[in-house]
Design a protein around this ligand. Structure first.
Ligand SMILES: NC(=O)C1=CN([C@@H]2O[C@H](COP(=O)(O)OP(=O)(O)OC[C@H]3O[C@@H](n4cnc5c(N)ncnc54)[C@H](OP(=O)(O)O)[C@@H]3O)[C@@H](O)[C@H]2O)C=CC1
Ligand SMILES: O=C1O[C@H](COP(=O)(O)O)[C@@H](O)[C@H](O)[C@H]1O
Length: 559
């Protein structure tokens, strides 16, 4: 049985360290060399996903707002009418799939929650970048929708503050920006008002000017109002002839049950292929590139199994805390925020078998198989999950690490290969065999890179080896700016490409892995370890890795 080991960043308090000395760790890795100043309660709350489960407010969350709203909606009185409406919407959508660039149709993109943080920070800038790159359809309109009162001019003013220009075409940026802003409009309305969405529908129609319209709604709103907004958008503002698609932001529930309830509610109003569940990590360049690396280079695929790989590490860290999102974090925590989605998606892409083709369904089928071949993660002293009977990965530990308020910001995949059997040069590599381990690092961010650590002879008359990098650093190799993940994903949604979005069975499988451990942690009120803001995180992560005879690859001198 291969082990999938999940380590979570919790907090560490030095005085209560449950760990003995780890002599196998080098000095900078040794937890006993860490300094642990007292953490402020604010910090503790901010990055304490599991600690928060111990608080009464979190205990009540199990039947909290999202689930309650969903259940409430299912029982609403005018359901039959809504369902009847829904049937016709679904049929229309299935029958019509107009090409966005046929010159005859038009595409309306509505950002629901346009006044919010994500809309300003990511969605409008991504749409502008796509426009700037001539990637949007010939005829398109962008609408902002939210409760805040705003005129079109005020929306444009707000949006203009966050737009940036692609570096390689900066000359006509101002002009392009103005053209883009002229295509942006705003309508104020409630998220649960069929009437307000019907008003939006009327305005959209005016702009669509009799063309066949395709409509994309981006739900950039808190999750407890997803279903209301989908209901109203679907019933009052669906495209009458073209396609209607809805991008849904995470979180998709907070466990298997609430996620299934959310899916069920959404499917009252939409077909699965209208729902685009976004995981923006799938839109990141290096994550997209994983499959290219594996399946278009003969040298990697034969190595991609237990036979050569000793362990795989999926590492996410941020050098800032929860900032203004403490409330959200109290409800969701780091495992739901990063592991169950971003890291698990990367793991699935990393570990999947070769898909039959690059079609969305073929890729997603393979990812689901990986997720289903894993046994749910369970809590013991540490958090451990295990692969069951997967021939390719039998015996290979997968380690995940995610946390905020750490010493740096990074997201990377580290593949540590097995030692060379009977290595002729062992004598020349020093005593630490780990230093002689080949390691492939796929650095998703910052400074995108793929590098391979190899053993190399230090030039000279003697025979000394060191570990050097074969390094593909993107900014040195490619002059073109890397698009933001949201650009790729928005473009895919407009084009109906589903490959990088999460299918409902993938989501179910991902939750099935994490739900038991999340519940266990909540029920057992497990006390997290404290760690100082800006440190390398909880010491337990080292002990967890040591159980599998693994060292975290991000702690070395030549990280
Ligand atoms: N921000 C980020 O970096 C990320 C966000 N996400 C997800 O994207 C979605 C949007 O995030 P974000 O923009 O940060 O969210 P915000 O909290 O900024 O909310 C977006 C808009 O929704 C409306 N709104 C906020 N709270 C409520 C409420 N309780 N009831 C009704 N309407 C409300 C507000 O608009 P108004 O009052 O004008 O109606 C607000 O401007 C969320 O699902 C989030 O989880 C995912 C990844 C990253
Ligand atoms: O989904 C999320 O991602 C961000 C990190 O995204 P990145 O693209 O900046 O790496 C994280 O800060 C946030 O907590 C989480 O909700």
């Amino acid at each position: 049985m291969a082990a999938t080991t999940i380590s979570v960043s919790t907090h560490y308090r030095s005085s209560s360290s449950p760990y003995p000395n780890l002599s196998s760790l080098s000095s900078h890795q040794n937890p006993n060399n860490f300094i642990f100043p007292a953490t402020s309660p604010k910090l503790a709350t901010a990055s304490l996903p599991f600690n928060s489960t111990a608080s009464p407010s979190i205990a009540s969350m199990q039947d909290g707002s999202l689930a309650a709203t969903v259940a409430g909606l299912q029982n609403e009185a005018p359901l039959k009418k809504l369902k009847d409406g829904l049937t016709s919407v679904k049929e229309n959508t299935q029958l019509s799939n107009f090409d966005v660039n046929d010159g005859k149709s038009t595409t309306s993109i509505t950002v629901v929650g346009a006044s919010g943080d994500l809309a300003k920070k990511k969605i409008f800038p991504a749409l502008f970048a796509l426009y700037y790159e001539d990637c949007l359809p010939e005829h398109f309109t962008i609408f902002g929708y939210a409760r805040s009162k705003m005129t079109d001019a005020e929306l444009r003013n707000m949006v203009s503050k966050t737009l940036t220009c692609r570096i390689d075409k900066r000359e006509n940026c101002g002009e392009k920006m103005e053209q883009f802003l002229q295509r942006c409009f705003y309508h104020s309305g409630q998220y649960d008002s069929l009437e307000n969405f019907a008003e939006l529908d009327e305005i959209l129609k005016e702009h669509e000017a009799g063309r066949v319209s395709n409509r994309l709604f981006y739900l950039s709103i808190p999750p407890n109002i997803f279903v209301n907004a989908v209901k109203c958008a679907s019933l009052s503002a669906s495209a009458s002839a073209g396609w209607t698609r809805v991008i849904v932001e995470k979180p998709f529930g907070r466990d298997s049950e609430s996620s299934a309830a959310l899916t069920k509610s959404l499917k009252q109003y939409l077909d699965e292929d209208q729902i685009f569940r976004i995981d923006h990590y799938l839109g990141k360049e290096l994550v997209e590139n994983l499959s290219v690396l594996r399946f278009s280079n003969l040298i990697f695929e034969p190595l991609w199994s237990r036979q050569y790989i000793r362990n795989v590490q999926l590492i996410f860290s941020e050098d800032f805390g929860t900032e203004g999102r403490g409330g959200y974090f109290d409800h969701y925590g780091i495992m739901r925020d990063i592991m169950q989605n971003h890291l698990l998606q990367i793991l699935a892409l990393f570990a999947m078998e070769t898909p039959v083709s690059l079609d969305a369904e073929d890729i997603r089928n393979e990812k689901v198989k990986v997720l289903r071949s894993m046994r749910p993660i369970r809590v013991d002293d540490v958090i451990i999950g295990q692969y069951k009977n997967n021939a390719r990965w039998d015996g290979v530990p997968f380690l995940m690490k995610a946390g905020k308020a750490l010493h740096d910001k990074r997201a990377e995949i580290r593949v540590q290969f097995r030692h060379v059997p009977g290595n002729l040069y062992n004598r020349n590599s020093g005593t630490d065999l780990d230093l002689a381990t080949n390691e492939l690092v796929i650095r998703v961010q910052p400074d995108e890179a793929i590098y391979l650590k190899i053993n190399n002879k230090v030039p000279g008359l003697g025979m000394r080896l060191d570990r050097s990098n074969l390094n593909l650093l993107y900014k040195a190799r490619y002059s073109k700016e890397i698009p933001d993940a949201y650009e790729r994903l928005l473009l895919d949604a407009v084009e109906g490409e589903r490959r990088l979005f999460i299918r409902s069975d993938e989501l179910d499988a991902a939750w099935a892995l994490f739900t038991p451990v999340l519940k266990d942690l909540e029920e057992k009120k497990k006390i997290p370890e404290y760690y100082p803001y800006g440190s390398r995180g909880p010491v337990g992560a080292h002990y967890l890795a040591a159980r599998y005879n693994v060292k975290w690859g991000d702690l070395g001198v030549d990280e």
